[in-house]
Design a protein around this ligand. Structure first.
Ligand code: PLP
Length: 375
C-alpha cells in the first residue's frame, strides 16, 4: 500500500494526458504556450477568481505575491510555524521578518488571537506589519473572516497559502478567492499535482495581476526585452499546464472521493483518536488525513505497529519552523507557540488519495484501531 498513489489516477486519464502531451510536442510552444492560458482560464473558472497566473512552483507563487506587495526589509509578515518551510522561507528571502504565530488546536490553522498579539509585538519591535500568510493546512481553509477582521483594522494584506487547500470551500467561497492574493502548488503529491514542479497565483486585483505577470517574466514591461523591474524566471511549463488541464477536469470528482474516505475514517476512528475538525461552512480537500495521538511515545508505538501491518503513515510536521535551525533567530509571538509545539509531537497522517480502494480503507481502519488498543 502506498501513502499517496499517483498511478491509479494516471491510469484513469492516461490517453487524454498522452494526447495533450503530443499536442504540445507538435506546436512546440514550450514556454507560456496556449495550454498555460487555457489552464489559467480554467483555474479562474474553477475557483471564481478574476486572475490566475501560472508560475514555476508554490514557493515562487508566495514569493511573487510578496514581491508584488513590495514587502521587504523592515517589514513583518505573520506566518504559522506548523507548516511547510516555504511559507516562512519566502518572507526571509525578500528580506522581511517572518513572525511566528500559533495555531488553533482544533483546526491546526493560524489562531486569530495569537495573530493579534503578534501584531502588537511587532509594532513594539519597530517592524512595519505588512501581511499575514494563513495556510490552509492539510486541505482545510483557514478562518479568513476572523483574519480579515484583524487585517482590515491593521492595514495588512492577506496572502493565502493554499498549496494544500486548492478547491477547498469557506462559507460558499472557494480557496483562491480568500486572500488579497492566494497561491497554490502543483507539486506532484499535492491534491492537484502535475508531473514536475508548478504553481499558481490568484487575485481579483487587476494591478496586482499585471505586476505578478511581469515579475514571473524577469520584470518585463510591454514586451519581452523591455525590463521595468527586477523579477524572476518563474513560469509554468506548457507541458505541465497540458497535464494539469486533464487533472483539473476530474478534480471535483476526486475531491468528493477524498471527502468520502475522510468521512469513513472519522466515523470509524473518532472513538479512539482525535480526528479532524471541519467547522460548519468549511469543506476540506483532504491533502492529508491527520489523527491526534495522546503523546509522542504513543504516536511512535502506533506508527511502528502500523508499519509492521503494512500501513504507511507520515508525520506532518515533526518540528515546527520556529524550532528549526534556519528559523530559530526569527521572532515568535510573546505568548509562545504552545499549540504548535504540542501538536507537532502528537499528529500523524494516514494514507489519503482518491483511489484508495474500499478494501484498503477497511484494512487501514482496523489496523489503526488495533494499534491504539495495543499501546
Ligand atoms: C508544498 C507547499 C508549499 C510549496 O510548494 P512547492 O510547489 O513545493 O514550492 C508552500 N506552502 C505549503 C503549505 C506547502 O505545503
Amino acid at each position: 500500500m502506498q501513502f499517496i498513489d499517483l498511478s491509479a489516477q494516471q491510469a484513469r486519464i492516461k490517453d487524454r494526458i498522452d494526447g495533450r502531451i503530443q499536442a504540445v510536442l507538435k506546436h512546440g510552444k514550450y514556454i507560456l504556450g496556449p495550454e498555460v492560458i487555457e489552464l489559467e482560464e480554467a483555474l479562474s473558472q474553477f475557483c471564481g477568481v478574476k486572475h490566475s497566473i501560472g508560475c514555476a512552483n508554490g514557493t515562487d507563487a508566495l514569493q511573487l505575491a510578496l514581491m508584488a506587495l513590495e514587502v521587504g526589509p523592515g517589514d513583518a509578515v505573520f506566518v504559522p510555524s506548523f507548516t511547510f518551510a516555504a511559507t516562512a522561507e519566502v518572507v526571509a528571502l525578500v528580506g522581511a521578518t517572518p513572525v511566528f504565530v500559533d495555531i488553533d488546536f482544533k483546526t491546526y490553522n493560524i489562531d486569530p488571537e495569537s495573530l493579534k498579539r503578534a501584531i502588537i509585538f511587532s509594532r513594539k519591535e519597530g517592524l512595519n506589519s505588512r501581511a499575514v500568510i494563513p495556510v490552509d493546512l492539510f486541505g482545510l481553509p483557514a478562518d479568513y473572516n476572523a483574519i480579515r477582521d484583524i487585517t482590515r483594522t491593521e492595514g495588512l494584506q492577506i496572502i493565502a497559502d493554499s498549496a494544500q487547500g486548492f478547491g477547498g470551500v469557506y462559507h460558499n467561497r472557494r480557496t483562491g478567492t480568500l486572500g488579497d492574493i492566494s497561491t497554490t502548488s502543483f507539486f506532484p503529491a499535492k491534491p492537484l499535482g502535475c508531473y514536475g514542479d508548478g504553481g499558481a497565483v490568484f487575485t481579483d486585483d487587476d494591478g496586482l495581476a499585471d505586476h505578478i505577470r511581469s515579475l514571473r517574466f524577469h520584470g518585463k514591461g510591454s514586451y519581452k526585452y523591455d525590463n521595468v523591474r527586477i523579477g524572476l524566471n518563474s513560469r509554468l511549463d506548457t507541458l505541465q499546464a497540458a497535464i494539469l488541464l486533464e487533472k483539473l477536469a476530474i478534480y471535483e470528482d476526486e475531491i468528493a472521493h477524498r471527502n468520502e474516505i475522510a468521512d469513513r475514517y472519522t466515523h470509524a476512528l473518532s472513538e479512539y483518536y482525535g480526528t479532524p475538525t471541519i467547522p460548519d461552512g468549511y469543506r476540506s480537500i483532504w491533502a492529508q488525513y491527520t489523527l491526534l495521538s495522546d503523546n509522542e511515545a504513543q504516536r511512535y508505538q502506533i506508527m511502528t505497529t502500523l508499519k509492521s501491518a503494512g500501513i504507511p503513515t507520515m508525520i506532518y510536521y515533526p518540528t515546527p519552523l520556529h524550532q528549526q535551525k534556519a528559523y530559530k533567530a526569527f521572532p515568535v509571538v510573546p505568548t509562545g507557540l504552545p499549540v504548535s509545539d504540542e501538536v507537532a509531537k502528537r499528529v500523524f497522517s494516514l494514507p489519503m488519495h482518491p483511489y484508495l480502494s474500499l478494501q484498503d480503507q477497511s484494512k487501514i481502519i482496523s489496523a489503526v484501531k488495533d494499534a491504539v488498543a495495543n499501546v
